[in-house]
Design a protein around this ligand. Structure first.
Ligand code: SAM
Ligand code: SF4
Length: 457
């Protein structure tokens, strides 16, 4: 089954056969990208092989255009929440690896989870990404499900968490079905590397099973989870191969299940305590931006996620050319919000508070959003694809982005920035083309100003 989605030979050939793409070919591919229907593996191959700066700039312009057409100006924010760093695997890049005896392992109790969630809510977050190591005894699915219920139940005077996405190890259909019943949003799982020999070299423990990992998104969809997220840990193998592989994986899911990936994440390898992996495949900043742009136009309907593994400067550039979701004010440490003596899974490069991140994106003209409307309105799986593929999702995103940002301003912004942020809201309100939707958004904004919360389309 795995061979069906990733044909290594075909990918190698696509890379070798497009080594020196002509200007004409590139322009033809970029023109096709503006149809927003994606690209073939070979076309994506020509783009990853691009070297000429002027053409790379054209690639960025096209990617920025496609992003704007499909997702508009809004950027959705979330925070990771680490439940437990117990792990039976030995991944060569991760500080939670089983051999690490220095790490004082921690698994959060429900009470501790409540404490962490309160902190996140009081920072302004509405969306969390639950993460934990793989440990069938300590972190089994029943624990994760209980944790999810707890997270949804926590409320403070600043609100509650409205969407929980999950990034836990590959598991069985039965477990996925339990996750579905727990009402999770997207189930994310990174393939780490699609290159099988490299995958097998860098992992040991149950995760070393390449087939278990690569078929996990299929199992999750078959178990009824609507939205799944793919990802590659860039830096473990040749990024060009990884980009074509993740595109092939997305195309396979789309063809087989009529649902492509809801998101694609682009984590890049970071230093981590106790890790001394010397990789010859580290991805330069320039190539990293290029790969984001290629993924954006090759899988135009997918949300793209960047984390705080990247510096504020890199994130700023990435937002322009394809990223639609970002973590902010993250702590990749179990129980790390507030304070903690636990060690992180890896080092992060953007340590700013949420307020500072918001300030930066507003200055760049983006609309910060904490929207969780789609999955609560049933716009998931095929229904979501039906809206995101033709670029229709955009109109909901704008209105919902405006409403959730207005809530954020009411609850968390008490300085001079309120006026500037209000101007941004008015600017985008004006841009809502559907006059009825615009009127209803205005009406809801008035309700938010009077204290009403959680209004969405
Ligand atoms: N433990 C589960 C698993 O491995 O599938 C859940 C995800 S783990 C908590 C989150 C992700 O962190 C991993 O999939 C991996 O891609 C990433 N990660 C681990 N070590 C990293 C490092 N040194 N730099 C950047 N990302 C890293
Ligand atoms: Fe465990 Fe996940 Fe880290 Fe691997 S990446 S050691 S599975 S926590």
């Amino acid at each position: 089954m795995a061979g069906q989605m990733i044909d290594e030979k075909k990918i190698e050939e696509a890379l070798a056969g497009t080594k020196n793409p002509s200007k004409r070919d590139i322009r033809r591919i970029l023109k096709k990208a503006r149809n927003k229907k994606g690209l073939s593996i070979k076309e994506a191959g020509a783009l990853v092989n691009l070297k000429e700066p002027a053409l790379i700039q054209e690639l960025f312009n096209t990617a920025g255009w496609v992003k704007n057409e499909i997702y508009g100006e809004r950027l959705v924010f979330f925070a990771p929440l680490y439940l437990s760093d117990y792990c039976v695997n030995d991944c060569a890049y991760c500080n939670f690896h089983a051999r690490n005896k220095e790490l004082k392992r921690k698994k959060l109790s429900l009470k501790e989870i409540e404490g962490q969630v309160k902190i996140l809510i009081n920072m302004g977050h509405k969306r969390v990404l639950v993460e934990c190591g793989e440990d069938p005894l300590k972190n089994n699915i029943d624990y994760v499900v209980k944790a999810i219920k707890k997270i949804y139940s926590v409320k403070t005077d600043k609100g509650n968490i409205r969407r929980i996405n999950v990034n836990i190890a590959a598991t069985t259909k039965e477990d996925y079905s339990k996750l579905r019943k727990a009402n999770v949003g997207t189930y994310q799982l990174f393939q780490e590397t699609y290159h099988r020999p490299t995958y097998e070299k860098l992992h040991s423990g149950p995760k070393a099973d390449y087939i278990r990992q690569i078929n996990a998104p299929s199992r999750a969809l078959e178990a009824g989870l609507d939205d799944i997220g793919l990802g590659v840990l860039f830096g473990l193998y040749d990024w060009r191969f990884e980009v074509l592989s993740v595109i092939a994986h997305a195309q396979y899911l789309d063809k087989t299940y009529k649902v492509g990936p809801h998101t694609i994440s682009v984590p890049r390898l970071q230093p981590a305590p106790s890790v001394d992996l010397k990789s010859k495949y580290l991805v330069s900043d320039e190539d990293f931006l290029k790969l984001i742009a290629v993924l954006r136009i090759a899988v135009p309907y997918t949300g793209m996620i960047i984390s705080t593994r990247e510096t504020p400067e890199m994130r700023k550039k990435a937002f322009r050319i394809g990223i639609s979701q970002a973590s902010a004010a993250s702590c990749p440490t179990t129980g790390g919000y507030g304070k903690s003596d636990s060690q992180p899974q890896f080092n992060i490069q953007d340590e700013r508070q949420l307020g500072e991140v918001i300030k930066g994106v507003v200055e760049d003209g983006f609309l910060p959003s904490f929207c969780t409307a789609c999955y609560r309105r049933g716009r998931t799986g095929e229904a979501f694809m039906g809206l995101s593929k033709p670029g229709e999702i955009h109109k909901f995103c704008r209105a919902n982005g405006i409403l959730t940002f207005a809530e954020y301003i009411e609850d968390f912004v008490h300085n001079g920035a309120r006026r500037r942020y209000g101007d941004l809201i008015n600017f985008y309100l004006d841009k809502i083309e559907d006059k009825e939707l615009q009127r209803q958004t205005q009406e809801r904004l008035r309700k938010i100003a009077k204290g009403k919360r959680d209004l969405y389309f």
